[in-house]
Design a protein around this ligand. Structure first.
Ligand code: SAM
Length: 243
């Protein structure tokens, strides 16, 4: 398939094999991507489908369906305590490139940052741009931040899922060695990583009670930005080396 620029488009824009384009999308295609009428680009709906399209003036006509598979065979759900500063933006961008499906910000006892609600829109835009850039078929869901204790209940209830809590300074098996028991029935893996100050003992106990297994990512202490990316990379590598 030729290397074409990508744009996420809503299915509501589709009528008679043609996507109408918003003014912002027309501007982006012609002034940022420098496409001209007649040029081709890939329109993706962010939920698994993509089409090669041809740019008309204020619309894009479907040429053919894209069938290339770029998604991992299991979904990775990252439960991340927002690191200080703009660290969560880096996590979202890079986790999207790595292939995660869900990014769930969680607020724990030692989380320093309490993100303002308008950040959510920005985080979702970052995920969308990273998905376009890394040729994902889906745009990962970036969820509203919730309290850790609530997130444990939510993710405990998801079927065919294994749950891991990344811990430092505890005797815990490496996430890689846990992956050896994964079967083809496994649909998703939820992984929680803590803030700069780490988890409290009560949080670790609550996570274990909610069927999260404590795991190590190695003997060095990783930064709060690095740990979720290492965990996601490890899961992605395990999945892709098996297929
Ligand atoms: N002072 C904290 C402590 O000792 O736990 C350091 C926390 S670390 C900067 C932030 C988070 O990254 C931790 O809560 C943990 O979830 C994850 N993490 C960092 N290094 C890790 C490792 N080697 N194994 C497992 N998790 C790790």
């Amino acid at each position: 398939m030729p290397q074409l620029q990508r744009l996420v488009i809503s299915m509501a824009q589709l009528k008679d094999q043609t996507f109408t384009l918003s003014v912002e999308q027309q501007h982006y295609l012609s002034h940022v991507l420098r496409l001209r009428v007649g040029d081709r680009f890939i329109a993706m709906n962010g939920q698994g489908q993509a089409w090669i399209t041809q740019l008309l003036t204020d619309a894009a006509r479907i040429i053919e369906l894209v069938t290339v598979e770029t998604e991992l065979p299991i979904s990775i759900m990252l439960m991340v305590t927002p690191p200080k500063g703009n660290g969560l933006e880096d996590v979202i961008r890079q986790a999207t490139e790595i292939g995660v499906s869900v990014i769930q910000p969680v607020l724990s006892a030692r989380t320093v940052l309490n993100p303002s609600p308008h950040k959510l829109e920005r985080w979702r835009r970052i995920a969308q741009e990273a998905a376009e850039q890394s040729e994902r078929q889906i745009v990962p869901s970036v969820c509203e931040p919730i309290a850790l204790m609530e997130s444990l209940q939510v993710y405990q209830a998801i079927p065919d899922t294994l749950r891991y809590l990344c811990v430092t300074r505890l005797e815990a098996p490496h996430l890689l060695s846990c992956s050896r028991s994964w079967t083809d029935q496994l649909k998703s893996v939820a992984i929680a990583t803590g803030p700069e100050g780490g988890w409290t003992d009560a949080e670790v106990q609550a996570a274990i009670a909610a069927s999260f297994q404590p795991v190590s990512l190695g003997t060095r202490i990783l930064r709060a930005v690095t740990a979720p990316l290492v965990a996601a990379t490890l899961v992605a590598a395990v999945c892709e080396s098996r297929t």
